[in-house]
Design a protein around this ligand. Structure first.
Ligand code: UD1
Ligand code: CA
Length: 465
């Protein structure tokens, strides 16, 4: 029986990006290229293991694969390609790890981030039974892509852009059909062909693409499969080698994601200015106003409203919650009916309970704000548990950090914290307590008491000059 593993080539330096960061860690709508390619591949039912070949800054790439591992439908394994001697060399390096596990390998360039699961699924169907198959696309300007050469429609070889010479290949050429960088090899074919690769070419590298010509010569079943035959969008195969290509790919992904949401019934005002991750889950009936940015695995339920200029990352926003203009929220959960903003900042670990309000210039971190409680103006609440029906006055802050450690503040139900209060943690405010404005609270306040911790006002005669 056939067993296929996937191999993502991600060891290259990405010289043309002119960036210190490995190319596959550059992001589109907040997701790394490695994440996008891994998600599309791991979702294939035929694939039960994903191998990532890294080399340049491999530690950073492996860190990213470790971050992705729990999110994927299959195992992810790392392979180190110490020296990057080309895409053929990357496959050679991977062979010892993969060949015992499978009969076939699906190889993908890590720098073609728009590839979809459905496209790969169709490609695998067309590849069934082949020794080698690869996906091609038609480009008016073949630029730096490898050209597919055919005679009478049959694949002859792939010639890399650097080595492409019109005078030598002119008579054969259809220079518009190019190699996408997605391949299917039988392990048997790879074992025969890899030792035949040479690095005698303009780049001095072992090209995976030379396996096509060598396979044809050896009489193998080699198939170049044009994406047009699969009724799929050729743009999904675009490679990213430069910053300019990265933003082109990103804007294609953005448009695709936004159109998909609109079709599903998400109301998006000014859709052209919404940046939304393809991994966000937004229900029909949610209403969004651009410009806005929604990243990560954010969930937005039906009848939630996100007003303009918000940045939302990995948040869960329940139905009938409203996020008003210019709010920034990250790893927070907003319960039904809560109102946030405008100009609010909610940081990691914040939970805003049902019908609670957080107003302008209020920052919360690792804080639970209970049902119907309000912090409407200019406050900082960190490492706090705040009960139900609490009012936090303007200018209130929790002093949660002594320079070394963080401490908790507990405010029980029905408390009223007067304006400009400093709550020096660790501190507890009992149920129904009232704290007078301008207090510096350093001791616990028992239930149903009034605490005032400020100097009494004195009115003295004014000295006249
Ligand atoms: C490659 C193909 C080209 C194809 C194009 C599609 C080769 C020789 N050429 O060209 O035919 O049209 O992709 O986008 O394969 N990598 C490694 N180890 C290495 C070198 C590269 O893992 O030693 C990885 C890179 O990180 C990258 C991928 O392989 O993700 C492709 O390498 P790149 O140098 O970008 O190849 P292209 O010139 O784009
Ligand atoms: Ca490339």
């Amino acid at each position: 029986m056939n067993r296929t593993v996937a191999l993502i080539l991600a060891a290259g330096k990405g010289t043309r990006m002119h960036s210190a960061k490995p190319k596959v860690l550059h992001t589109l709508l907040g997701e790394t290229m490695l994440s996008l390619v891994s998600h599309a591949t791991a979702a294939l039912p035929q694939i039960d293991a994903l191998h990532v070949v890294a080399g340049h800054h491999a530690d950073l790439v492996f860190e990213e694969s470790a971050r992705l591992a729990p999110k994927l439908d299959c195992a992810i394994l790392n392979i180190l390609q110490k020296e990057q001697k080309g895409t053929g060399h990357a496959l050679m390096t991977a062979m010892p790890s993969i060949k015992a596990q499978c009969t076939h390998v699906l190889v993908l360039n890590g720098d073609a981030p728009l590839v979809s699961t459905m496209m790969l699924e169709k490609f695998l169907k067309h590849s069934d039974g082949a020794d080698i198959a690869f996906l091609t696309l038609h480009l008016e300007n073949a630029a730096s892509y490898g050209r597919v050469l055919r005679i009478d429609g049959k694949v002859k070889s792939i010639v890399e852009a650097k080595d492409f010479d019109e005078s030598a290949y002119g008579p054969l050429k259809d220079a518009h059909e190019v190699n996408s960088g997605i391949y299917y090899f039988s392990i048997r074919a790879a074992e025969v062909l890899l030792p035949l690769l040479s690095c005698e070419n303009k780049s001095g590298e072992y090209y995976i693409t030379d396996m096509v010509g060598l396979g044809v010569k050896t009489g193998m079943d080699v198939r170049g499969i044009p994406v047009d035959n699969m009724d799929m969008d050729p743009n999904s195969l675009l490679g990213v080698n430069t910053a300019a290509e990265l933003v082109v790919a990103e804007s294609l992904l953005r448009e695709h994601t936004v159109n998909h949401l609109l079709k599903a019934g998400v109301v998006i005002h000014s859709p052209e200015s919404l940046r939304v991750s393809p991994f966000a889950v937004i229900s029909p009936g949610a209403e969004l106003f651009g410009p806005a940015e929604i990243y990560g695995e954010s969930v937005i339920e039906e009848n939630a409203v996100i007003r303009s200029h918000c940045v939302i990352r990995d948040c869960y926003i329940h139905h009938h919650a409203e996020i008003r203009e210019f709010s920034h929220i990250e790893e927070a959960q907003i319960a039904p009916g809560a109102i946030i903003g405008p100009f609010a900042r909610l940081r990691s670990g914040t939970f805003i309970d049902e019908n609670a309000h957080v107003g302008d210039f209020v920052e919360l971190k690792k804080t639970h704000l209970g049902k119907r409680s309000k912090a409407n103006h200019l406050a900082y609440l960190g490492d706090s548990i705040i009960g139900e029906d609490v009012n936090i006055g303007a200018g209130t802050i929790t002093c949660n950090y002594d320079g070394k450690h963080k401490y908790q503040t507990h405010i029980s139900d029905d408390c009223f914290i007067g304006s400009n209060t400093s709550l020096v943690a660790p501190v507890e405010i009992g149920t129904g307590a009232l704290v007078g404005a301008g207090s510096v609270i350093t001791k616990n306040v028992p239930a149903d008491t009034l605490a005032i911790a400020r100097k009494r006002q004195e009115n003295l005669p004014r000295k006249k000059k």
